[in-house]
Design a protein around this ligand. Structure first.
Ligand SMILES: Nc1nc2c(ncn2[C@@H]2O[C@H](COP(=O)(O)OP(=O)(O)OP(=O)(O)O)[C@@H](O)[C@H]2O)c(=O)[nH]1
Ligand SMILES: [Mg+2]
Length: 310
């Protein structure tokens, strides 16, 4: 039996997914409305619906192949059977990506690095994660390592106050690795369970900023066994396929262990979740569904697919 909280998550996810659902499942329903047989025109239409829902070309091709195969074998004869087939394919893709396990954590202190391009929601997500872990009775510390953007540290501090979590900071312009070093020491002496590091937004093409991330990763690994235990890439769902390209570039460089898809609320491009999961084989860990600290929900393939097909 489901807990109240997961039922709550599902209904909030359904609301956040309204536009994505309209863009995908309702378009499929409309295309099949009143059609007696599934012919090549209909399959072409299905292809363009899947692509315009930001599922990605490779994933669309893969799904269409399964559908065509089942149509040929007369296993799919109508719109409902087709929807059921697409639903189970999406679930299979999401489940296979989410089965990739993350690093084993041997140390008492878990270190989480939050990365991504500018403006995707890293700082907000760090605040959301801090609040979530605190509510799970973890002793949480945040490291404000974005000394690059004006007011980023103050923004992190404000979110830390809201989440009731301490934030380690230094002045603008300080080397982020030096702040990280301080934060790790503070975390050790304060018996912290989880240290979350908010980093500056960076384009994967900016070599110096990517090198800075590498340095932070090295410092973390030197100071805490197995750290960083998670490198979470935040992707803005509203950017659709661009988010997928960012994810590919970042994962090549910095060994992403999980993805957080922010701003799923109010976008019709939520289908990008599926392309990301399939192409990167990296689990989606959480989705952001609003600007408030409570607007972060753990990602579940079943809930995601059920929120689309209701
Ligand atoms: N609707 C919505 N807005 C969000 C979500 N997550 C973050 N935002 C908003 O996105 C904007 C940017 O968020 P930040 O957390 O500052 O993004 P950032 O990645 O830290 O930005 P930089 O540090 O400048 O790279 C803010 O206005 C947030 O309130 C979300 O899940 N849904
Ligand atoms: Mg930020």
């Amino acid at each position: 039996m489901k807990s109240n909280s997961s039922d709550g998550f599902l209904s909030r996810l359904k609301t956040a997914m309204t536009f994505t659902r309209k863009n995908l499942v309702e378009c499929i329903e409309d295309a099949f409305q009143g059609k007696k047989e599934i012919d090549s025109n209909l399959l072409e239409e299905l292809e363009s619906i899947l692509i315009s829902a930001d599922i990605g070309i490779k994933t669309t091709t893969e799904i269409l192949e399964v559908v065509k195969n089942q149509v040929d074998r007369k296993q799919i004869k109508n719109g409902d059977e087709l929807k059921a087939c697409i639903k189970s394919e999406l679930l299979r893709i999401l489940k296979s990506a989410s089965s990739c396990s993350s690093n084993n954590i041997d140390s008492k202190l878990m270190v989480i690095l939050v990365v991504g391009v500018n403006g995707v929601g890293k700082t907000t997500t760090t605040g959301k994660l801090a609040k979530r872990f605190t509510q799970q009775n973890k002793n949480v510390l945040v490291c404000a390592a974005d000394t690059f953007r004006a007011a980023a540290v103050e923004q992190m501090e404000q979110l830390g106050t809201e989440a009731k979590v301490k934030v380690i900071r230094q002045n603008a312009g300080t080397d982020p690795s030096a702040i990280l070093f301080d934060a790790i020491n503070a975390a050790k002496s304060r018996n912290v369970d989880i240290l979350i590091i908010d980093t500056a937004g960076r384009l994967h093409t900016k070599n110096n900023l990517m090198a800075e991330l590498e340095k932070m990763r090295r410092i973390a690994g030197r100071e805490v066994q197995g750290a960083p235990h998670e490198i979470l890439l935040v992707i803005d769902a509203t950017t659709g396929q661009n988010g997928l390209i960012q994810a590919q570039e970042f994962s090549r460089i910095s060994g992403i262990s999980g993805i957080i898809l922010s701003k799923l609320d109010g976008t019709a491009k939520g289908g990008v979740v599926i392309g990301i999961a399939r192409d990167l084989n990296t689990p989606i860990k959480y989705v952001g569904i609003g600007e408030q600290l409570d607007d972060l929900i753990p990602f579940s393939p079943e809930d995601f697919v059920n929120s689309l097909f209701t």
